[in-house]
Design a protein around this ligand. Structure first.
Ligand code: 13P
Length: 256
């Protein structure tokens, strides 16, 4: 289990439904020196491949590479066709998992309550949830960003203790900025990430200052530095720009 230091920078690539296992393996091998470079600079580096590529990445990347799943079921076994459980991930040494990504909320009816159930069992199993929150374009335009995000955080993290949320990561990804090239301004990113930390402080006290809050949504090598210069943005969750090793390397180089 990889325990993070106090708010080390975190660069996490979310591969979504991309890459064959053979391509994932190739990336994993090529990423080894990057993970070393990141470590020397106090940065955590990771990716979330598809289930079918988890083993290839885990086996071929540096042991310090964070390898996470993109989803998990909250039951450990049973009649849940198409699902994968925590013991199945742990068998492969996977100890991180995205929860509540907006694409799962949109296409797979992932509710805040379901996220809460998943986050609880992940934490009980000493795994690190990366809890994704963010408003839709309609909600943004209606000025509801903070109300939506607050509800996602309060319900998604309900009944957890301050001790349990220490390793948790929260990712703010405005839905309108994902894959659109319309990235949120650094002012918006900082404002909402700070707001998330304030909600976390209200719920869990001073441990909120140890929880990493990431920004995600059209992060590219050209803009990553600006986001990570914001005091409450501790890293980035990157989709498209994390898929090619050159671009992934450029993301890292630009925050060293
Ligand atoms: P893009 O970086 O492709 O906009 O995707 C962001 C994202 O959804 C990461 O989880």
């Amino acid at each position: 289990m990889w325990f993070a230091n106090m708010r080390r920078k975190l660069l996490l690539g979310n591969w979504k439904m991309n890459k064959l296992s053979s391509e994932a393996k190739e990336f994993a091998i090529a990423s080894r020196p990057l993970v070393q470079k990141a470590k020397e600079n106090n940065i955590d580096l990771g990716v979330t491949p598809t289930y079918l590529s988890l083993a290839a990445v885990k086996e071929n990347a540096s042991k310090d590479m964070i390898v996470g799943a993109q989803n998990v079921h909250f039951n450990d076994h049973g009649a849940f066709t198409g699902e994968v459980s925590i013991p199945m991930l742990k068998e492969f040494g996977i100890d991180w998992c995205l929860i509540g990504h907006s694409e799962r909320r949109t296409y797979d009816n992932e509710t805040n309550e379901k996220c809460n159930a998943k986050i609880k069992v992940l934490i009980e199993n000493n795994m690190v949830p990366v809890y994704c929150v963010g408003e839709t374009l309609a909600q943004f335009e209606a000025g509801q960003t903070k109300a939506v995000v607050e509800e996602q955080v309060r319900v998604g993290l309900k009944d957890l203790t301050s001790l349990q949320v220490k390793e948790l990561v929260v990712a703010y990804e405005p839905v309108w900025s994902i894959g659109t090239g319309k990235n949120a301004s650094t002012e918006i990113a900082e404002d909402v990430c700070k707001f998330i930390r304030d909600v976390l402080r209200d719920m869990f006290g001073s441990v909120a200052d140890e929880i990493r809050v990431l920004y995600g949504g059209s992060v590219k090598p050209e803009n990553i530095k600006a986001y990570l210069s914001c005091p409450d943005v501790d890293g980035a969750l990157v989709g498209g720009a994390s898929l090619k090793i050159d671009s992934y390397e450029a993301l890292l180089n630009n925050i060293l």
